[in-house]
Design a binder for this molecule. Structure first.
Ligand code: GCO
Length: 453
């Protein structure tokens, strides 16, 4: 089997990055609204105030997806658009927007995949301590349960949180993302524990409120590790490298197991418990039980990885990249092997069906004199990566779908609009959309279920 017959070919976005209408129709402020107003935080003072104006143009965007043959669309709900205060009163206008979007998708035969938290923390909850406050377990799960009740008759797949590695690491350790803080390491472990408990409680309550059986997962990220050669010792070195926690305390969030072992195995990884012991909050068996609620699939945002070989000392070592190693416009290395070995090792450890919930690149895309956007770099990148994913599927890794990041150029967090990740080009002056060459190429991939790769 190459790709499964029911494989889902999708596109991904997130609310703050595309919607705009940041202060319209009763939406509450979220931490990105606040962060973008701080001087010097975002490239050239950009913000998501207008973004791709998707809030007003979603019908056009769904039509473009349909034209590309897209089968699934992963988007996020901005918590503060539905609950301006994070809890309490529902903003009916905000809710209506998501209903209309979902209806439009269903009418176009595109399956909606909802992410509940793609970093849009309501500012009102931030003021109460946000992820530091144990009550967020209730705040988040109540919101999640509400969404499940509202949408479960039309939507089957839900993700709780997106990339906790990023929103804790970049939001509270380096401070380059909202809310832009550098807090004590101890606080970050407490927040991380709350994130995982909030996830678990959400899973529990969503299953109770949903009108029919829904499927729930999570979408973490990480740099993957792949072996230098196929010798067993290098494969083992890559496995060890991927599944060890990060010994660098200031960067500890960048690892797989601290986030995923509690969910799938009901315990934090032993190496982390040892290394981080002086910084950990109280973590009870009841907490671990809550966190390890059974989930239905494992989302993975995978962009790149490191080549690893077994060192002479029996420890994994990173192989230096050769001079002139290919990289994306953002400077990220191009490492297609990560879409074979990443899913391979993750499936081996957690035995959960996998969706690639994000993968893609930024390119220096421009409109050519013929009015088109010739992003051959993107096609080359995706071809290489998808071939590897196909091999993984052929070798028995249970891969259910692939969501390209991103449907369209959008607000790339602290880089503002400087980086273009889309298969659709957006002219921010006019909001004109142009399907790039890669979009037409992807249409063929989808039509043939990746057979030609
Ligand atoms: C994410 C991402 C996206 C980014 C993409 C490119 O989940 O990290 O959240 O929002 O835009 O990864 O950096």
């Amino acid at each position: 089997m190459s790709f499964r017959n029911d494989f889902v070919w999708g596109q991904a976005t997130s609310a703050y990055q595309i919607e705009g209408a940041a202060f319209q129709d009763g939406k509450g402020w979220d931490i990105w609204d606040v962060f973008c107003k701080e001087e010097g935080k975002v490239f050239e003072g950009h913000s998501g105030d207008v973004a791709c104006d998707h809030y007003h143009r979603f019908r056009e965007d769904v039509a473009l997806m349909k034209k590309m043959g897209v089968q699934g669309y992963r988007f996020s709900i901005n918590w503060s658009r539905v609950f301006p205060n994070g809890t309490g009163t529902v903003n009916e206008k905000g809710l209506k927007f998501y209903h209309e979007l979902v209806d439009e998708l269903c009418a176009a035969n595109i399956e909606p995949y909802i992410t509940l938290y793609h970093w849009e923390l309501p500012y009102e909850l931030y003021k109460k301590g946000g992820w530091m406050n144990r009550e967020i377990v209730e705040w988040f799960s109540d919101y999640a349960a509400f969404i499940a009740k509202e949408f479960s008759d039309k939507v089957t797949h839900f993700f709780t949180v997106n990339e906790p590695q990023c929103f804790i690491g970049l939001g509270y350790m380096t401070g380059v993302h909202a809310p832009g803080l550098k807090v004590p390491v101890r606080d970050t472990f407490l927040m991380a524990h709350h994130v995982l408990m909030a996830h678990g409680m959400a899973v529990k309550k969503m299953r109770q409120t949903a009108k029919r059986d829904i499927l729930i997962g999570i979408a973490p990220t990480g740099s993957m590790s792949y072996p230098d050669t196929e010798r067993p010792e290098d494969i083992e070195a890559a496995r060890m490298h991927l599944m060890q926690v990060n010994p660098d305390l200031q960067n500890w969030t960048w690892n797989v197991t601290w986030w995923s072992d509690p969910i799938f195995r009901g315990e934090y990884p032993e190496d982390g418990l040892r290394l981080y012991k002086d910084y950990l909050p109280t973590m009870t068996p009841e907490d671990m039980k809550l966190i390890s609620q059974p989930i239905d699939f494992y989302g993975q945002n995978i962009y790149n990885g490191n080549r690893i070989r077994m060192g002479k000392d029996g420890k994994p070592e990173v192989v230096k990249r050769y001079d002139g190693f290919p990289k994306t416009a953002l400077g990220w290395p191009v490492t297609p092997e990560c879409l074979y070995w990443g899913p391979y090792f993750l499936y081996e450890r957690y035995q959960s069906p996998i969706y690639i919930t994000e993968n893609g690149l930024s390119c220096h895309d421009t409109v050519s004199s013929d009015g088109k956007v010739h992003d051959q770099n993107r096609i080359d990148f995706l071809e290489g990566y998808l071939k590897q994913l196909k091999h993984a599927s052929e070798d028995g890794v249970d891969i259910r779908g692939y969501f390209h990041w991103s449907l369209m150029d959008n607000f790339e967090w602290h880089s503002g609009y400087a980086d273009r990740f889309g298969m659709i080009y957006v002219d921010y002056r006019t909001q004109e959309r142009i399907i790039k060459d890669s979009g037409y190429w992807y249409e063929k991939v989808i039509r043939e279920n990746g057979e030609f790769l």
